[in-house]
Design a protein around this ligand. Sequence first.
Ligand SMILES: Nc1ncnc2c1ncn2[C@@H]1O[C@H](COP(=O)(O)OP(=O)(O)OP(=O)(O)O)[C@@H](O)[C@H]1O
Length: 240
Amino acid sequence: MTTRLIDLKHLQKKFGKQTVLADVSLHVDAGQILGLIGPSGAGKSTAIKTALGMEVADGGEALVLATHMPNRALLGRIGYMAQDDSLYDALTGEENLRFFGRMKGVKKDTLAANIAHVADVVDLTPDLKKRVSGYSGGMRRRLSLAIALLGDPELLVLDEPTVGIDPALRRKIWHELHQLRDAGRGVLITTHVMDEAELTDEVALLLDGKVMAYDAPAKLEAQYQVKTIEEVFLKAEGVG
Ligand SMILES: Nc1ncnc2c1ncn2[C@@H]1O[C@H](COP(=O)(O)OP(=O)(O)OP(=O)(O)O)[C@@H](O)[C@H]1O
């Protein structure tokens, strides 16, 4: 039986008179990477925040780990990386990881090894002893991603995790995401990098508050009779 980690059913969200999510249904199962793509302002972050209970839905239903969020008890089972990094600037990278690790309930005797692993995934090991105030934008993103990976959560929700990250490291991060997927974790990831969308198991294209295309990358390319997800995106937007 598949375990449904995220289940959004006809989700609606308005900000004042602006309807950002008109009707969004999508799901992430254990052992699956779902890529959420769409033009800037399409509502990708809003869909994530509403799913996680950081915004209140105006209609439909959002279930995460079969529960209506927010639910404090579940936070340790979810690795969330927001678009804006919330880090403690006065602390070192390692101190941030230790703090968030404890918050997530990572056991004391495994925390050091866990920190070493997640720091390695994002190539931050040499910078762990530096204060975050001296980090570059890309380093901050990498630390945020490392924090999301702490505690080996069942579900990763990553909002543009690879912005400002160079191609070699991006490849390493995707390798880790695929390993986590193969180990049964679920991943919801938003991206502007269309090459990355090809690396997902399914892609949902958000346009005008609705899911306009939703399938495995190869199936979408066949359906739109194109060779890349970028072309699917452009065709669906009416540009291609
Ligand atoms: N808290 C808020 N209050 C009012 N409007 C908001 C709020 N959050 C988002 N919006 C609006 O909702 C729309 C969708 O924003 P959102 O950040 O979800 O888009 P996005 O697809 O994630 O964009 P990007 O790819 O640029 O990150 C935008 O028009 C934005 O201005």
